[in-house]
Design a protein around this ligand. Structure first.
Ligand code: S3P
Length: 190
């Protein structure tokens, strides 16, 4: 079974994903890294040279390829997959995610996201780099604006929603592992 993690940039998809994979003793994959390897280009370069629409197509193609290879599935292989923050804003990608994974939304408030992103800013996050250059207030405005538009897409795609405000990476991963194990017998760690 594939567990996918969705949510806004800075919500902790990659950190929680790696911790969760360790708890469940299964591999971890990051969709952005998979696309970067396939394209031979960084996400930010893909955005600047070919634009967001092209990147969204690549996300959908990558998800389809992973499903075709049997790597992403609700059956067989066990995998934790961190999606990009905008993956499920594409109807096509959201459909693939919803059908072939158990999707978890790491829900965070704009202020939590802004705090997280201030430690780990936007070279790799082209949709926030302009606001980041203008300072904290502009960042907060941009995050709130985008989050308001995207929250419904995350909610609609997710099978499980975790409110992450005030929780550590370890706590979030443990909550998810507990929820998952309640309905799916993951192989015990050796
Ligand atoms: C994006 C989020 C990024 C990356 C790309 C676009 C978005 O992933 O896919 O920059 O649209 O929110 P992270 O959420 O891992 O930063």
């Amino acid at each position: 079974m594939t567990i996918s993690l969705t949510g806004f940039m800075g919500c902790g998809k990659s950190s929680v994903g790696q911790r969760l994979a360790a708890l469940l003793c299964c591999p971890f994959m990051d969709l952005d890294s998979y696309i970067e390897d396939a394209e031979g280009e960084s996400v930010s370069r893909i955005f600047s040279s070919k634009g967001e629409a092209y990147f969204r197509e690549k996300e959908a193609l990558a998800l389809n390829a992973l499903v075709q290879k049997g790597l992403v599935s609700t059956a067989a292989t066990e995998l934790v997959l961190a999606l990009g923050g905008g993956t499920v804003t594409s109807g096509e990608s959201a459909g693939i995610v919803r059908e072939n994974t158990i999707c978890i939304y790491l829900k965070a408030s704009a202020s939590t996201l802004a705090a997280n992103l201030s430690k780990d800013v936007p070279a790799q996050r082209p949709l926030l780099s302009e606001a980041a250059a203008q300072g904290e207030e502009a960042m907060m405005r941009q995050i709130s604006l985008m989050l308001e538009k995207r929250d419904r897409a995350y909610m609609n795609c997710a099978h499980i929603i975790i409110d992450t405000d005030g929780k550590s990476i370890d706590e979030i991963a443990e909550i998810i592992a507990w929820e998952i194990k309640s309905f799916h017998p993951f192989h015990a760690c050796p």
